[in-house]
Write a protein that binds this ligand. Sequence first.
Ligand SMILES: [Zn+2]
Length: 312
Amino acid sequence: MSISFSQGKLRGEQRRNMVEAVQKQMQAAAIRAAGEVLMACLDTEVTVKLAREKGTPRQISDQPREIHWQCKNCGCNDANYFTRDGHYRRELKTGWGKIQKLQIPMLECQKCHHDVICDFEILEKHDRFWLDLDQDVLWSSGSSQSLREIAERWRATTGNTVGLRTINERISQIEPLAQKYHEQPIDDVPDVIQFDGIWMTIQEGNQTVRYDKRNRARHEKKGKRVVILVALGFWQDREKPEIVDWQIASGEGHREWEGFLNRLKTRGVRAEKGLQAVIRDGGGGLGQALGLVYGSTVVDQRCIFHEGQVPN
Ligand SMILES: [Zn+2]
């Protein structure tokens, strides 16, 4: 088994398609992650309001536990009489698009067996947060800095309601959850992979107003340069190449490439699984990283594709 290297660079329209495809994948992963986090937040809010975990029987006591949620039939607002009663589904608009099939917890009043009206703070009072979750947050990633900024700002406006701290912690999980997509094993290993770095400028502050240290609103015009490290896969029996994996990075040094290549190797992209050749741009730290990660498997330079079969 061996991997051969040849030179090539993604151009023009191919690069644009690549960025669009990455953006779509990113958005889908972000929506899924935001949905999971939001549902966890809703369950947390229920637990805080009822002061009992799921599965814990309710306490009947002489001391009513009055909350601002109310039975829509008898007007009872004593949480000791409320029990969890499944979920209903709705959708929610975010800066990334709609989260479909969001499961919203329901409560039942045990005095009269009607529904309790639950105004979830995270949905009603702070719906702005979900609209602020702009794609920039993920594009700027590497660190979940922007996400933390939004969460911080959010915390500043909401004060310290019980449970909000937990909710904030959960929100910080959106990015790691979205990144999980990059950890699944790759079974369908391509014959050839073309590596390239696509540089782009993210316009930060176009839709999102940022706040400086004195809490003045600032509309930043400055763009941030990032690079998408892309692994584009070619299969001998397929007409079109597909993106195997990608990573947003701050540069194209060998460290960035090495991290990306190691992840690919861990996910199963190896010579023994069918990888035969690597196409890459001449410069940058990619060559060095390829040597470090795939070094021992590169023993000959035979070309398995005829000229023209692999677009450059
Ligand atoms: Zn009732």
